[in-house]
Write a new protein. Structure first.
Length: 351
């Protein structure tokens, strides 16, 4: 089966062509058009994002087909992100996908954005397949998931406030760095002295037990506040800026690594898969790889291109769902928030 996949959940308009069985998808093309206009405002403006998607969705899809050497006659199904995300942005992709599928008389499938991130890393690393422990870290989500098999997911922990990517962007803004701040903060942190400042590792202590409600959960609002207070207390921010960036990143990375290893050990997983925009942070990947190796586990991280929001991951998830006979009809619509199919909330008993 060959699928044309579309992604428009936030500020990237993306299209990709993939084919093959669900356990061995082949990427024929991937086009990602990022909306740089949001840098002016220091964050994504939903109305502008929707308008940019409207202008880009058709040429991006055509480019993906051309790069793959295909036409719509070669496409067997259309897949599109339908949740979660900015509703206006999602509606652009969903509406276009529905029109294409209806016009061509081929199947349509809505894909959950976060399930796409679970599949993304396997496009770079074919061995990044279940069972594994997944850490999904992006601007809007931080989730620890036990993946027993594709479609069989257990949510072990999540953020109770800011997502990891959101914390990066907010702290970057406190430090006077450009938006989006993640990569700028990472570069600055690499020049900092890790011994100049130290922030506590939130929701992480040696006395926690697997039955505790905070054993796998994370929280970054307090860490963000600690950076704010340190910035205000500094008498020379130009001098302290790289050291504060380093201290913040170390605290966040140490917390994510510790929580992820807890999950892997608790469920006997030898593979750890990272996904989402923060998954290409080199400090996180390096620390996770080192910690996992000491416990005989492997870490798989996506390339920056597949870590960002992209249609290839949507296509990979779609091939799995289509292979199980799943289809959507004209009632498919966009949702700002929606449960991931196959996800059981294992944290519910603690809340």
């Amino acid at each position: 089966m060959r699928v044309l996949a579309l992604e428009s959940s936030c500020d990237e308009t993306s299209a990709a062509v993939l084919h093959g069985p669900a356990d061995a998808p082949v990427r024929e093309s991937l086009v990602i058009l990022s909306q740089d206009v949001h840098r002016i405002f220091g964050g994504v403006v939903p109305e502008i994002a929707s308008r940019e998607h409207l202008a880009a969705i058709v040429p991006v899809a055509r480019r993906a087909l051309a790069d793959a050497g295909r036409t719509l006659d070669d496409i067997d199904a259309i897949a599109v992100t339908h949740a979660p995300g900015l509703v206006g942005a999602l509606l652009v992709g969903v509406s276009y996908a529905k029109a294409l599928a209806a016009a061509r008389g081929i199947p349509l499938l809505g894909v959950h954005h976060m399930e796409g991130h679970l599949f993304a890393t396997a496009l770079d690393h074919p061995e990044a397949t279940p069972p594994f422990t997944a850490l999904l870290v992006s601007g809007g989500h931080t989730m620890l998931i036990d993946v027993a098999a594709w479609g069989d997911y257990r949510l072990l922990g999540a953020t109770r406030d800011d997502a990891a990517g959101e914390a990066f962007d907010k702290v970057a803004k406190l430090l006077g760095l450009p938006y989006p701040g993640g990569r700028h903060l990472e570069a600055l942190a690499a020049t900092g002295d890790p011994d100049r400042f130290r922030f506590s590792r939130p929701m992480l202590n040696g006395g926690q037990q697997p039955t505790d409600s905070d054993y796998f959960d994370v929280s970054f609002s307090g860490l963000k506040t600690a950076v704010l207070l340190a910035v205000r207390a500094s008498d020379d921010l130009d001098r302290d800026r790289p050291h504060l960036a380093c201290a913040f990143q170390d605290a966040l990375v140490d917390t994510l690594v510790a929580k992820t290893l807890r999950a892997a050990v608790a469920h006997g997983r030898r593979r750890i898969v990272l996904g989402g925009g923060v998954a290409c942070n080199r400090a996180l990947v390096t620390a996770m790889t080192t910690a996992a190796a000491s416990r005989g586990a492997q870490v798989f991280a996506p390339s920056p291109r597949l870590a960002t929001d992209n249609a290839a991951m949507i296509g990979a998830a779609a091939l799995f769902r289509l292979g199980r006979g799943e289809r959507d009809d004209a009632t498919l619509t966009a949702h700002a928030a929606a449960p991931m199919p196959g996800l059981v909330d294992a944290t519910a008993r603690h809340r």
